[in-house]
Write a protein that binds this ligand. Structure first.
Ligand SMILES: NC(=O)c1ccc[n+]([C@@H]2O[C@H](COP(=O)([O-])OP(=O)(O)OC[C@H]3O[C@@H](n4cnc5c(N)ncnc54)[C@H](O)[C@@H]3O)[C@@H](O)[C@H]2O)c1
Length: 262
């Protein structure tokens, strides 16, 4: 059996780091990429001291050329397999839409959306060459309904949802499945100091390990009789996504208005 491989962006911290450790424990060759070289060195130490194998490299997901280079380097180590690409790198800037400088709106779109487009595009030949390859995209419960004070962040996750659904259909002929993870707020550096209507009303209940465990589970073969694309993480996200599917639009808006204290 060849060693399975996973390529993870934003792996130096938070959910990405936890995902790298989870897959390493399961025997995967882990490709861990980030703009934070110090965080990557710490992850490398944690994986190798536990007997795992990891390839690390600096990758800014907004740079298509870096994507090409890092994927090629990883492929050389991975023996031509890319079983799982995890598009995890992301940023969140909270605040009133009109008060946030345009540069911060643009930066969220560049990393959270363009980063996924560039990476998934560059990874296609490697995914296609690997039977049963998967792409895992970090979506968010902020994309169930637009969130005040997180308007652009939530919009980037609506985009990730769209890319996920489309490519999961488009790439089925290549035996590539594409899945979206939907956590609500997670206790990482991303949410440290963030105070919005919904972080205050719903709290920050999930850990990075909760999300990485769900990512790992989502990538396992399943006996379910239907094809699953969306994976809510945690009870709150499950309840909100179910609720929004079955309630009329006016009620969904009203629930979100109350939760966000607007
Ligand atoms: N924390 C949450 O509440 C939450 C909830 C739902 C979804 N998510 C999503 O999960 C993913 C990971 O979030 P997290 O909470 O672990 O965040 P985090 O801030 O803890 O970690 C993000 C990592 O991404 C890296 N990164 C930032 N810009 C990058 C770039 N241009 N290129 C490469 N790497 C870059 C950072 O250096 C950092 O290591 C994000 O896509 C986020 O939107 C997070």
């Amino acid at each position: 059996m060849p060693t399975p491989t996973v390529f993870i962006t934003g792996a130096a911290a938070g959910i990405g780091r936890s995902t790298a450790l989870e897959f390493s424990r399961a025997g995967y060759l882990v490709g861990a990429y980030d703009i934070d070289a110090t965080g990557l060195a710490s992850l490398q130490e944690a994986i190798t001291s536990a007997g795992g194998r990891v390839v690390t490299g600096v990758l800014d997901v907004t740079d298509p050329e870096q994507w090409e280079k890092r994927l090629k380097e990883f492929d050389a180590e991975a023996g031509g397999r890319l079983d799982i690409l995890v598009n995890n790198a992301g940023i969140l800037v909270a605040g009133r839409f009109e008060e946030m400088p345009l540069e911060l709106h643009k930066r969220q779109i560049d990393i959270n959306v363009n980063g996924v487009v560039y990476g998934t595009h560059a990874a296609f030949p490697y995914l296609k060459a690997t039977p049963g390859a998967q792409v895992i995209n970090l979506c968010s419960a902020s994309a169930i309904y637009g969130q005040p004070e997180l308007a652009t962040y939530g919009a980037t996750k609506f985009a990730v949802r769209g890319i996920t659904e489309a490519l999961d259909l488009e790439w089925a002929e290549y035996d590539i499945s594409v899945k979206a993870m939907w956590p609500l707020f997670v206790n990482t550096a991303m949410t440290a100091g963030v105070s919005t209507g919904t972080t205050n009303s719903l709290g920050i209940k999930l850990s990075a390990d909760d999300v990485s465990a769900s990512i790992f589970k989502a990538t396992r073969p399943s006996k379910r009789p239907y094809h699953k694309v969306h994976f809510p993480v945690g009870l709150q996200s499950k309840a909100l996504s179910l609720g929004s599917r079955f309630s009329p639009a006016w009620l969904t808006r009203e629930v979100n208005r109350r939760l966000s204290h607007t």
